[in-house]
Write a protein that binds this ligand. Structure first.
Ligand code: SF4
Ligand code: SF4
Length: 170
C-alpha cells in the first residue's frame, strides 16, 4: 500500500508526460513527408504518376499545359516519385504532415504551362537546361535548338537534314 502511494505521489509530482496541444511530435529521423513540386523544373513526362503504386499522383495534359495533382491521403511516403523524376522537380518535406480532418485538405496541385514551339507556335512541353545537361552533356547549338521544337517540327527538321546531303530540297 505504501509503495502504491509513493508511486502515485511521484507521478503527480512529475506532471503530464504527453505533449499538450498544439505542440507537435517531432518527426522521426529519416521521415519522408509530403511531396512538393517545383513546376519550373517539371518536364511533364508523367513518370511520377506512373511509378506511384498508390495512385497518389496524377497528371494530364490539357489545353497547352500539364495538370499535376497530389493527394497525401493516398501517399505511402515511399519516395519512388522523387527518385524517378528526371527533372528533379519533386522533393519531400521532412516535416511530419499536419493533422487534418477533411479529406483532400492537404491535396496539392500545380499547372505546368507549355511554351510555344519557336517554329509553329504549338504549345510544347519544355525541356530544362538541367535535363539537357543530364541527357546530352554539352550539346551543340543545333541539338539544343532541336530540343526546343515540338515533336512535329523536330521530325520535319531532322528529315530535311537527312535529305540535304543527297541533294534533296529542304
Ligand atoms: S514531376 Fe518529375 S516525374 Fe513528374 S511529370 Fe514532372 S518531371 Fe515528370
Ligand atoms: S511518395 Fe510514393 S506513394 Fe507518395 S506520391 Fe510518391 S510514389 Fe506515390
Amino acid at each position: 500500500m505504501f509503495h502504491i502511494l509513493r508511486r502515485l505521489a511521484g507521478n503527480l509530482a512529475q506532471g503530464p508526460v504527453s505533449l499538450r496541444f498544439p505542440a507537435e511530435v517531432p518527426p522521426p529521423a529519416g521521415l519522408r513527408g509530403l511531396v512538393r513540386i517545383d513546376p519550373g523544373r517539371c518536364l511533364a513526362c508523367g513518370i511520377c504518376s506512373y511509378v506511384c503504386v498508390s495512385n497518389a499522383i496524377t497528371g494530364a495534359e490539357s489545353q497547352g499545359a500539364y495538370a499535376w495533382a497530389y493527394e497525401p491521403g493516398r501517399c505511402t511516403f515511399c519516395g519512388r516519385c522523387e527518385d524517378h523524376c528526371p527533372g528533379s522537380a519533386l522533393s519531400m518535406d521532412p516535416q511530419a504532415p499536419p493533422s487534418y480532418t477533411t479529406p483532400g485538405e492537404l491535396a496539392r496541385t500545380a499547372t505546368v504551362a507549355f511554351p510555344a514551339c519557336p517554329v509553329c507556335g504549338e504549345p510544347n512541353p519544355h525541356v530544362t537546361e538541367e535535363w539537357i545537361g543530364k541527357a546530352f552533356g554539352a550539346p551543340n547549338g543545333e541539338t539544343r535548338e532541336l530540343l526546343r521544337l515540338c515533336v512535329r517540327c523536330r521530325r520535319r527538321r531532322i528529315a530535311q537534314g537527312m535529305k540535304q546531303p543527297h541533294g534533296g530540297q529542304p
